[in-house]
Design a protein around this ligand. Structure first.
Ligand SMILES: [Zn+2]
Length: 438
């Protein structure tokens, strides 16, 4: 077993910061434990309340000042899709709860394993069931967050996709983040600090951790070392995955994922002829659907297995024990979560395909303008990007990019995928034909 932070790919600087913070938090939690009255808080000055007999005067204040400087009740993890925002938040939660005497986030103790399996009683993962997070669920969260932790050091709430908070939900959260209970930590995840993604007021209360897209080399290495993928396949997948580790792995190992990428990129050529355009649109929607189902199934299986292990059922190997009584409810909850996730995965996969397609037009635009920028689809330089750049001019290619982006927006406001994609393909066809260089 390895340290929990090993799960964060290509984020060395951030890992160091989080480990330091977890260490400081541990010292603070110990101090809180010692302070019988719980009078020591992360923000309130020590003399706010009677510190009690046990207080050690100067030393206590010094410790508190130091921990306060490096530990915060509310964190915001941002980063592009696939950079591992929620993984980072989960790893940090594990490090905060870890019971290893020296290491923070040992990855082996019960606290670490249960946080990673999402079964730790004092770590709650809030994943919006639908496309937004309602004020009701936020009220429930705020209530839970105010409780004292049971076995853990902290009561931790991980809000995945904080960008899906409704305005009211964000306000409800802001209230508790402004005056957090001394044992509560909020870990929010969002794509960026853009006000569209996270309310300015909420953002201002959080310590910000910005994940970056891991480099092609980092991704290549992890595919080879962690996943045992052949170097050639790893190099190719890393170069075309757009900085998304999970996607790189799928592209390297799953023929369906590769076929799905081909069908997305194939739109560029197919759209130029009526006889092929609509079939290609149909194929894109169908293959996205199939890929989403495969991803959900794989996620579900790994998660269920991890949960069963954490519950003491002990994996699927020899001597496998049965799950203890009373755990059926937990498994039911997981199933429910998995169902709502499947809907989102479906949308995300199609969106990803569109990002790929937009990147292909952008590659062609770059070539057509003679600019020197790293290609997003280096493997398509000869058979697609080159011909596209000579077939259509920059203006037409730009119109194609716009058509794809509009399609993404339409999907975002719940236009049926078939209609949105059909409309996009028609526009691409029009733009490409109008730009035909004779
Ligand atoms: Zn541990």
């Amino acid at each position: 077993m390895t340290n929990v932070f090993d799960r964060m790919i290509g984020q060395q600087a951030i890992i160091a910061e989080l480990a330091d913070a977890a260490r400081a938090a541990r010292a603070l939690a110990d101090r809180l434990d010692e302070s019988a009255a719980g009078a020591v808080s992360m923000f309130a000055p020590a003399d706010d309340d009677a510190p009690g007999e046990a207080a050690g005067g100067d030393l206590e204040q010094e410790i508190e000042a130091r921990t306060r400087a490096s530990m915060t009740h509310a964190w915001l993890f941002t980063g592009p899709p696939g950079s591992g925002r929620s993984i980072a938040a989960t790893c940090f939660a594990a490090a905060l709860q870890c019971r290893h005497p020296e290491i923070v986030g040992c990855g082996e103790c019960r606290a670490c394993t249960t946080v990673l399996a999402r079964t730790h009683a004092d770590v709650r993962h809030i994943v919006p069931a639908g496309l937004s997070l309602s004020v009701d669920s936020m009220r429930e969260i705020v209530q839970l967050a105010s409780r004292r932790p049971g076995t853990g050091r902290w009561q931790i709430v991980v809000v995945e996709d904080a960008d899906r908070l409704t305005e009211q939900a964000a306000n409800a959260l802001l209230k508790v983040v402004e005056e957090p209970p001394s044992r509560t930590v909020f870990l929010l995840c969002a794509p960026s600090v853009d006000p569209e993604d996270i309310a300015v007021t909420l953002r201002s209360r959080c310590r910000h951790v910005a994940l970056t897209s891991p480099s092609v080399a980092d991704i290549e290495r992890v595919l080879v070392e962690r996943d045992g993928i052949a170097p050639d396949a790893a190099r190719w997948a890393a170069s075309v995955c757009g900085g998304h580790v999970g996607r790189a792995k799928r592209l390297a190992t799953d023929a369906d994922a590769r076929a799905q990428r081909e069908s997305a990129l194939g739109i560029a050529r197919a759209a130029t002829r009526d006889s092929t355009a609509y079939k290609a649109a149909e194929e894109l929607v169908r293959s996205a659907d199939a890929a989403a189902k495969a991803i959900s199934a794989a996620l579900d299986e790994a998660e269920t297995e991890e949960l069963k292990t954490a519950l003491g059922a002990g994996g699927t190997g020899k001597g496998t024990a049965r799950a203890p009584r009373g755990t059926a409810g937990v498994l039911k909850d997981l199933e429910k979560r998995q169902k709502s996730r499947a809907t989102r995965v479906g949308r995300d996969v199609l969106d990803r395909a569109l990002v790929d397609l937009a990147a292909l037009f952008r590659d062609a635009l770059v070539v057509s303008m003679g600019a020197q920028v790293t290609a997003m689809h280096p493997d398509k330089a000869d058979d697609l990007v080159g011909p596209m750049a000579s077939y259509a001019g920059p203006e037409q290619l730009l119109q194609c990019v716009e058509a794809v982006l509009d399609c993404r927006e339409a999907l975002d406001v719940n236009v049926k995928p078939k209609f949105a994609v059909d409309a996009m393909v028609a526009r691409i066809g029009q733009a490409m034909r109008s730009g035909e260089r004779v």
